[in-house]
Design a protein around this ligand. Sequence first.
Ligand code: NZQ
Ligand code: ZN
Length: 388
Amino acid sequence: MNGNFIYHNPTKLYFGEDSLNYLADELKNYGPVVMLSYGGGSIKRNGIYDAVVSILKAAGKTIVEDAGVMPNPTVEKLYEGARLVRENNVDLILAVGGGSTIDYAKGVSASAWCEEDPWEKYYKNGGNPTCRIVPVGSVLTMVGTGSEMNGGSVISNHKEGLKIGKVFGPAVFPKFTILNPKYTFTVPQYQMVAGIFDIMSHLFEQYFSDFDDNTTDYIAEGLMRSLIHSSRIAAKNPQDYEARSNIMWTATWALNTLLKCGKSTDWEVHMIGHAIGVYTDATHGMTLAAVTLPYFRHILDAGLPKFVRLARNVMDVCGKDKSDRAIAEEGLKALEAWMREIGLVMNITELGATEAMLPQIADSTFLLTGGYKTLTREEVIEILKESL
Ligand code: NZQ
Ligand code: ZN
């Protein structure tokens, strides 16, 4: 195993049907003013809002309401949240929702007391906070991003045509996260399968880099196998607790910094997906599903031994008397069959992208160097064309 790394994840997790019971204990660690950040209203319809508010009230907290965090949160909403925190001198931001709400809360946490423009400082220039950081806690309601146990915060700036993920350090990670698989039962099927593919893509982005023998890759393969197994069950019966709880746990491990240990990591599919997202506002996981196979076919030769390994160890391709390339291609066919089986969107046209948009999308795509092949802008356009 090559490379040097530090592993440090400070987020405390509470998992299971009873996990919200621990919120009251956590609240004792923070001052009296809690900003309750949430999305477009799903938590009001499914009862999670009432459950959380009654715990906050019983703990004697002053609640600052912060509703309307949109999927793919915008820079305008980030500024608004930062202002709310300052004006109310908030002690804890409690994010109740999916990746968008938690990403946004982390962004606000580092922006509220930042004297510079946070969009420029953190997202565009990759700087780190030097100001006071407001602690974040989270109650996860939609599974996929891993935001509940990482420093990621993805913000969209439509005026600039950029969707950028800043990865903050451990000081900005949620201090605690409550994971109740039952809270995900009301997530629409489209969002559920998009989240499942987001998890798979996180596993791929870290797996498809380097060729050294690394324990991390064996862990990733185990998570992929578990995800494929549980997703097949959940796609047929979204109310299957066993499947949904395993998917939730897999999502957290897929992107909580463990799987990047000793890896250069790729992330090019996410770069293309984010660029599609900023022009279409499409659901994150679907943007990844639509470009993954064309991207993989494009880098197949450069990463061949790893694609063979995926085919054998994850997709159960039996490799007797076949060339490496044939095994790898069979693995991708099996991947495609699984993607279709669970109901993913397999092209960007369905997500609202048109051929005329492709040059702009390519211009907004960051080109990274950690994977098996560093793309050129022209190659991004080719992959996008194959994804139409
Ligand atoms: O806004 P509400 O009304 O809550 O509805 C949401 C939203 O419409 C709904 N939803 C969530 N929980 C629900 C529910 N509906 C019914 N019942 C529930 N229990 O689901 C919709 C999608 O929610 P969202 O939070 O946008 O989804 P997701 O968790 O996929 O987050 C996507 C965002 O995370 C970023 C993406 O780019 C995107 O902006 N990412 C964050 C990452 C990270 N922090 O590390 C990494 C990822 O690769 C990703 O880029
Ligand atoms: Zn993702």
